[in-house]
Ligand binder design. Structure first.
Ligand SMILES: *Cc1c(COP(=O)(O)O)cnc(C)c1O
Length: 386
């Protein structure tokens, strides 16, 4: 028996819109990124691996060259441990009264942006390995430069008492997707200053990390000892410089067709009317499944090798496509987006149609979709999740 191809495994079970995750693509992207990074590669699998399945993406990335895992919340880190991931895990976004005892129980490293956080970690996770977080210019997470010297001093004080270990210093770039933006050099300089101050305070942070996907691909000066990459693992390159492979394919069967006369209004608000006699097809997914309603009137899908427009408003559970005179039958499968191999739209095109970014599309897909995991293009289905 020959193994089904990815296209075949992406075929939905009857009536279901289906999301297929290609772990071969994750592995290929990881190898490329690991080859570009001058230091270690941390696989960032927050937000359920950018909607692709945190544990699956984590395993695929670790097998292909990543050495660590990163997530935002402690709950995400605990979920990785409970699924059997044993690689080092860093969690960097928790409240000062977070459940740091979980960090101790599950051996999770924590990012620390303030003294308040630091003391909570020392109290609830004695001996924890911490990464001090410096705001390198986005005024979002991390200690402001004015608070950095005292954060370093407080950390060194607790370290000498054996209550924590400072193993890392981390920053984040706001404009790495625009490599020429002067704020990148400013952020790199601020990060270097932060590391110098940490050392001057007596700390010896082994992991110094600033770059995410875009800077890993475009800015070797930002690499230091580690890169934290998320988007790139699943095929998104915010810098637009590198060909990565999208790891997700979304398909849906046509569940009804109907022939309509010229002038027939379609969908809520009758926002579109058929300009000519045509055939309409109904797909069983909508904005509740993560198709952006804002893409109505612009989006397309691929069916029978041809792009067909989405017409009328995308509704909660349904999307209508204009099949023209194509004799499509109910049960035939439309590709909503995928890597683009067969001419299907990509998540990047859906993002453009909805005036957003690919991250927003892939992380916003609903729980109702049937999910499948493929080991690699051309290999059999690993698992059908629901
Ligand atoms: C999400 C995130 C990353 C990963 O960024 P990508 O651009 O997706 O690679 C890295 N670091 C931090 C702090 C993040 O929040």
């Amino acid at each position: 028996m020959t193994a089904p191809t990815l296209a075949a495994v992406a075929r939905p079970r009857a009536g279901a819109a289906t999301l297929t995750v290609d772990l071969g693509a994750v592995a290929a992207n990881t190898r490329l990124l690991a080859g570009r990074a001058t230091g270690e590669l941390m696989a960032v699998v927050k937000a359920d691996g950018f909607g692709h399945g945190a544990v699956d993406v984590a395993r695929a990335a670790l097998a292909a060259g990543a050495t660590r895992l990163g997530v935002t919340s402690l709950a995400e880190a605990v979920a990785l441990r409970e699924a059997g991931c044993t690689a080092p895990v860093l969690s960097w976004l928790n409240p000062p009264d977070g459940d740091y005892s979980a960090a101790a129980a599950y051996d999770i490293e924590v990012g620390v942006p303030s003294r308040q956080h630091l003391h909570a970690v020392a109290q609830l996770a004695p001996g924890a390995r911490v990464h001090l977080m410096l705001d390198t210019g986005m005024a979002r997470e991390g200690a402001a430069p004015a608070n950095w010297p005292e954060l370093c001093r407080a950390a060194r004080f607790l370290e000498r008492q054996g209550r924590i270990r400072v193993v890392g210093v981390m920053g984040h770039l706001s404009c790495a997707d625009r490599p020429a933006d002067p704020s990148n050099a400013a952020a790199r300089a601020r990060f270097a200053w932060g590391v110098r101050l940490a050392r001057a305070a007596g700390l010896r942070p082994r992991d110094r990390h600033l770059a995410a996907t875009a800077a890993t691909l475009t800015d070797p000066q930002s690499h230091h000892t580690m890169s934290r990459v998320g988007a790139g693992l699943v095929g998104i390159d915010p810098s637009g410089t590198t060909r990565l492979r999208p790891a997700m394919t979304l398909t849906a069967p046509v569940i009804e067709t109907r022939q309509v006369r010229a002038g027939t209004p379609v969908g809520y608000g009758a926002s579109w009317s058929a300009p000519r006699a045509t055939t309409l097809g109904l797909l069983p997914l909508g904005y509740a499944d993560g198709l952006p309603r804002h893409a109505s009137g612009r989006a397309e899908v691929l069916i029978r090798g041809r792009r067909r427009p989405v017409v009328g408003q995308i509704s909660m559970d349904m999307t209508v496509i204009d099949l023209g005179d194509e004799p499509v039958h109910p049960g035939e499968v439309a590709t909503v987006f995928g890597p683009g191999d067969a001419g299907e739209p990509t998540a990047a095109e859906w993002a453009a149609w909805a005036a957003t970014i690919e991250h927003d599309i892939v992380t916003g897909l609903g729980q109702r979709l049937h999910r499948r995991v493929a080991a690699a293009a051309g290999r059999p289905v690993l698992r059908s999740l629901r």
